[in-house]
Structures are given as C-alpha cells and as structure tokens.
Design a protein around this ligand. Structure first.
Ligand SMILES: Nc1ncnc2c1ncn2[C@@H]1O[C@H](COP(=O)(O)OP(=O)(O)OP(=O)(O)O)[C@@H](O)[C@H]1O
Ligand SMILES: [Mg+2]
Length: 445
C-alpha cells in the first residue's frame, strides 16, 4: 500500500515552488525592463555628452594654428572607464580625442545618430557644415555589467526567500492544521470500545462534514450493536422460559406416570429437553460472541469475574478446580463482563468435562491478563487440535457436548483482540490439555 502523502508537506513544497516560479518570472520581466531603461539612460548620457563636447571641440580646433596635429584630452582620473570620443575632419584625420580613445572602435565618418558594433555603442554627429565629425563610443560591457548587477540584485533575495518561505509556510500550515491533528488524536485516544460521538473542536469548514458523517456512522453502529445485543439477550430469555416450563411439565409427567413404558418415554423426553435447552444456551452464547458486543467501553476487573465463574462452576462439578488468581482490582481488560464469563466458563467446563475426572483443573490468571486453563487427561492429536475452533467440531470425547464451546471462546477472543492458544499435551506435562487466552491489559478507570 502506498504511504499517504502529507498534506502539510504538499502545501509547503507546492506553495514554495509556486512562489519561486512567480518570483523568477517577475525577476525576468524586471530585468528586461531595467535593461531597456538602462540603455535609454546611457544613450541619453552619450547624447548630452556629445552636445557639450562638440561646441568646446569646435572652439578649440578653430583656435589652433596647426590643425592637423591630433590632441589628446587628459582624463580627469587615470582610471576613467566610461566613453571615449574622437573629433575628425572630413578626410578622417583625428583633430581631438579623449585620452583613452582607440581609433579602431569608432565607426565611419558618416555615422549620424546611434549605432552598435560588437563591442561598443556609438553616437556620431557633425558640425561646421559637415567638416568636423564627433563620435562617442562606450563599451557595451559597461552596460552589460550594469544590467547583470541589477539582475543579480533581483535574484539575490531568492536565496533568503526559499528557506524563509519553506519555514514560514510550514509553520502556518502546521498552525492551521492543528485542529485536524487534535481531531485525529481524539479518535485515536478513544480505543476500540468507545462509540460515543467525537467532538472535533474548531474544525475547518471543509472537514466539518466528514466529522459529522463519522459521528453519524458511529451513532448508527452503536444503535445496531445495541439492538443486536438486546436481541441476543431477549431471545435467550424468550427461549429459556418456555423450555424450562415444558421441562417442568415433563418432569411432573414422569413423576406421575406409573413405572413402565410411559415413564421411560417421559425420561427420554426429559433428557432431550435438557439437551435442547443446553443447545439453546450455547447458540445464544455463540450469537452473543458473534454479535460484536464483546468489547466493553470501560475496562473490566478480570480477577473478580473469574473468581465468580470458578465458584459457580465448582458447585456443579465434582472435579476440583484449583484457581490461582491475582487480587480483585488488579487485572483489567476491555471485554464485556458477560462475554468474559462465557469464555472462562466454556474453558473451565471443557477441562472438567473432557479431562481426567480424578485430577484437579488448574485455572491461572497472570498479572499481564493471561488466562490459562489446564487439565490432565488423554492427549488430543495435533490435527484434531487445529480444527477444534470450528462450529460443531468435537475430538472424540465421550462427554456430552455440541462442539460449540471452543468456537464461542475463539470468537470472543478475536472480538477483543485477544488470541486463543490450544496445546495438548499441556506445556510442562506429558498429557492433558491446555487453553491459553492472552487478553489486552487495560488501565482501570
Ligand atoms: N480441556 C479439554 N481437554 C480435552 N479435550 C478437550 C478439552 N476441551 C475441548 N476438548 C476437545 O475439543 C472438543 C471441542 O470442544 P468444544 O468445547 O468446542 O465442544 P464440546 O465441549 O464438545 O461441546 P460444547 O462445548 O458445545 O458443549 C471437545 O469435544 C473435546 O474433544
Ligand atoms: Mg465445550
């Protein structure tokens, strides 16, 4: 099965990814706009410079006696990186140039306005009726560096934005989902037997219908289990009463009948009726075990219940029952009290009925809620042992029975998350039979 995806993780990664994508898009658009604006600003600066240099250059050249000699204008600082310029006459002779000017980078004399070469941005203009030509060149690298710096400045915040948004969204989503987590914990904490409605606190509007549906389902389940439990109990009662009444009538008939075939028939009917009422009892126990009402909402005191069952059974059997039980109030489990009594009664009854009659039956309950019933007697073969949990399955015992007892025990044990283990011979013995049920211990309430 695929592990469920964490909503928190999905939101954190999804939102951060979305944020980063939008940031990158915004940074790209901004970089393009900045680039365009930078180009305009640099071009304007070149234009302004040309407008200032040209009149000064004209004056300077006209004042000279020897016009052919080029003159370099010293830069203001030796590190000047910006643009350079040349002033040429109509034959291309350089009359004036800036200190760093490299004649190779300038374009043809006729250049008027802006142009770009592979390395430079050029601006050309002329004066004195096209006898003096001024050209200004600025390295393109200069603009590229400026544009790159602007782009880096736009991208740099991403380094902080990604971890900050991961953490911020994680924190915010965790905060927003806290009511959901609380709801999950409330469901988890109530255990298997508690079917009362779950109060979700301040759940988000999207989750509220789910919580309502869960509560509605729990309520329906609780009502169905309740009616099933009531039906099983009522049917047992309804069957028991007429059977007991009929048995009483037959016993009176047997008593009143003269010795002979009529009395013998009355004895037979009495025996059949007794068996019928035992079968009815077992079927009712099975109905209860399968009805799902075996879990208790409140932990039950197993030691006390077991002591009652042992005392009750000891009254009806000659086989001694040796019980070694912890003090009442020390071992608890979430099992319905009736269901536990039915389970224990069936196991001890089996041990008394099918085991060696002259040996005591041992009943032990450990502090870890482990019930163990051991009896002496002949060994049950492993193949048969494996089948005994089935309905109406018996293993060649001469004692009367229907083969339902262990089916009832195993169904109840399954219903409370416990496990029934059978062994023959009993552990630590050469013969006999052992039944062990490990219940889930619970803290008393
Ligand atoms: N303690 C035991 N010692 C020896 N054999 C046992 C013991 N418990 C059960 N068995 C064997 O397992 C069979 C099934 O037991 P189970 O309790 O299901 O039915 P049953 O006791 O025969 O009838 P029922 O319990 O329905 O009155 C028994 O018939 C018997 O052969
Ligand atoms: Mg039995």
């Amino acid at each position: 099965m695929k592990t469920p995806q964490s909503l928190q993780r999905q939101l954190v990664y999804g939102l951060t990814l979305g944020l980063v994508m939008f940031w990158l898009l915004a940074a790209l658009v901004s970089a393009l706009v900045v680039r365009q604006r930078l180009d305009q600003t640099f071009d304007n600066a070149m234009l302004e410079a040309a407008q200032r240099i040209l009149p000064l250059a004209v004056l300077d050249i006209l004042d000279r006696e020897e016009t052919i000699l080029p003159q370099r204008v010293a830069p203001l600082t030796t590190q000047q990186k910006g643009f350079s310029y040349v002033v040429r006459d109509s034959r291309g002779n350089i009359l004036l140039q800036s200190f760093s000017a490299d004649p190779a980078v300038f374009g043809p004399l006729a250049l008027s306005g802006f142009a770009s070469t592979a390395t430079h941005r050029l601006y050309g203009t002329s004066a004195l009726r096209e006898t003096l030509f001024l050209q200004i060149a600025e390295p393109l690298a200069y603009r590229q560096t400026a544009a790159r710096d602007a782009s880096v400045a736009l991208l740099l915040p991403l380094l902080f934005l990604i971890p900050a948004s991961l953490f911020g969204i994680w924190l915010f989503v965790r905060f927003s989902l806290r009511s959901l987590r609380g709801y999950g914990l409330a469901i988890e904490a109530r255990g298997v037997g508690n079917l009362s409605p779950i109060h979700g606190g301040r759940l988000p509007a999207e989750i509220r219908p789910i919580a309502d549906a869960v509560n509605y389902l729990l309520e329906r389940l609780r009502r169905a289990l309740e009616s099933e439990r009531r039906f099983a109990a009522n049917s047992a009662h309804e069957l028991r009463t007429p059977l007991a009444a009929t048995l009483a009538q037959v016993q009176r008939l047997r008593h009143d009948a003269p010795a002979g075939p009529l009395q013998a028939r009355a004895v037979q009917i009495e025996a059949s009726l007794k068996e019928l009422s035992r079968l009815a009892e077992k079927l009712m126990q099975l109905a209860k075990a399968e009805g799902g009402g075996v879990l208790a909402e409140v932990p039950q005191d197993l030691a006390m219940l077991l002591a009652h069952v042992v005392a009750d059974l000891q009254r009806t059997t000659d086989v001694p029952i040796e019980a070694s039980l912890p003090a009442p109030g020390s071992v608890f489990s979430l099992i319905d009290a009736d269901a536990f009594a039915i389970l224990a009664r069936n196991l001890i009854e089996n041990a008394c009925k099918h085991g060696a009659q002259d040996h005591a039956v041992e009943v032990t309950l450990s502090a870890s809620a482990r019930l163990r019933v051991v009896n002496a007697g002949s060994i049950v073969a492993a193949a048969e042992l494996a089948q005994l949990r089935g309905h109406f399955v018996r293993a060649g015992s001469r004692a009367e029975g229907f083969g339902l007892g262990l089916a009832i025990v195993s169904t109840i044990a399954n219903g409370v998350g416990a496990e029934l283990q059978l062994a023959s011979p009993a552990s630590g013995r050469a013969d006999g039979f052992e039944a062990v049920v490990q219940f889930v211990p619970a803290a008393p309430r």
